[in-house]
Design a protein around this ligand. Structure first.
Ligand code: ARG
Length: 356
């Protein structure tokens, strides 16, 4: 831990042009704290900087240009259930910001101190049933049902928050409806699309990853940016193992020949992206298209190079799933080295269920 703390603090003080004396002094304090207590506590400044750098070093993320704009909510001292729910509501409301989405992270207790746990993949997500809803959320849905939650059984039931406080049972909490912003999907050239009754939520808030900074692990750190259109249009709506809606959209758009060589599958795919983007725009909800996102990523690479830092990345994630060759990042490789601070997937227990 001391060694990782040293690396983190030294890097931070260098990047921020803090004096060498200040660095030496902080390191001496950390060393003493670890010797006495077995761990140490970040200052709010270290926490904020660490979370932002974790974003900057997230190899799968194409949206990293904005890493310095991350709002960091320090919720490390929250132990009380009502305060916890408040902090979650506050995150959703602040990040949603009436549609002008603000990248935000709320950081709860570090792992060596008992604190709240979240069992959802994202704070806002649709339930998945045997043949309704989002198949990617079937496990979490079963957990919610086991706890006594009962959804309406539609394709778009907002899952409750599933959480646990120290020395308490796992519980669920249903959000007030007014807290959750959703966007109905329509397409100006294909009026039938609106009649499908499709929608998606405005803000993707990942809640299943650990944040590691300077040898300290933060296990409960919901964080969000805004959506890139393909995430919803190409993947969530169209993957055969998700909502599987290609044929549904095709029919609503009047494409009856879906044979490979008609290229209509591809045409429909483009129009689904157009529909999702237009709909978010019209609803006043932030969203980026893939071509703009990859331009922004190029700018990020440029900025990093100017700062004398090497950009790492995971090519298979940075290449967008629609027209990838139209973006520059398709055409060169990235080093997928994982540096800390960073976000990490939690190790999955075999069932994913906290009871088994
Ligand atoms: N791909 C995930 C989803 O469709 C969200 C991942 C985070 N995305 C983001 N734009 N920050 O829900």
């Amino acid at each position: 831990m001391l060694q990782q703390a040293r690396t983190f603090i030294t890097d931070m003080y260098n990047e921020l042009n803090f004096s060498e004396e200040a660095c030496t002094e902080r390191l001496a304090n950390i060393e003493r704290e670890i010797a006495e207590t077995g761990t140490y506590r970040h200052t709010t400044e270290e926490l904020t900087y660490g979370a932002r750098v974790a974003w900057r070093q997230s190899n799968r993320c194409i949206g990293r240009l904005f890493w310095e704009k991350l709002t960091v909510m320090d919720a490390r001292d929250i132990q009380d259930e009502a305060d916890f729910i408040d902090a979650i509501h506050n995150h959703i409301e602040y990040a949603t910001n009436g549609g002008r989405i603000k990248p935000t992270i709320t950081i709860f207790a570090q792992s060596d101190i008992p604190g709240p746990k979240i069992f959802n993949n994202q704070l806002i997500r649709y339930a998945g049933y045997a043949d309704k809803g989002d198949p990617a959320e079937r496990e979490v849905t079963q957990l919610a049902e086991y706890l006594g939650w009962c959804g309406k059984g539609t394709d778009f039931d907002i899952l409750p928050l599933i959480y646990q406080l120290p020395n308490q049972p796992v519980k669920y909490h249903t959000y007030p409806e007014s807290l959750i912003m959703e966007v109905p999907i329509q397409h100006k050239n294909y009026p039938k699309v609106a009649t499908l009754g499709l929608k998606w939520y405005a803000v993707p808030i990942i809640s299943s990853m650990d944040l590691k900074i300077g040898g300290i692990t933060y296990p409960t750190v919901p964080f969000n940016g805004w959506y890139m259109v393909n995430e919803i249009a190409v993947r969530n709506f169209t993957d055969s193992y998700r909502y599987n809606l290609l044929e549904t959209f095709a029919e609503a758009m009047g494409f009856d020949n879906l044979r490979n060589t008609s290229f209509n599958k591809d045409r429909v795919m483009v129009e689904i992206n157009d529909a999702v983007y237009q709909s978010f725009r019209q609803a006043g909800v932030s969203m980026v298209d893939h071509l703009t996102a990859s331009k922004q990523f190029e700018q990020f690479e440029h900025n990093e190079t100017q700062q004398g830092r090497a950009v790492t990345g995971k090519w298979s994630w940075l290449a967008p799933p629609l027209s990838p060759t139209l973006t520059s990042n398709y055409h060169h490789g990235y080093r997928n080295e994982v540096r800390e601070p960073n976000f990490f997937y939690k190790e999955k227990t075999t069932s994913g269920c906290p009871f088994h």
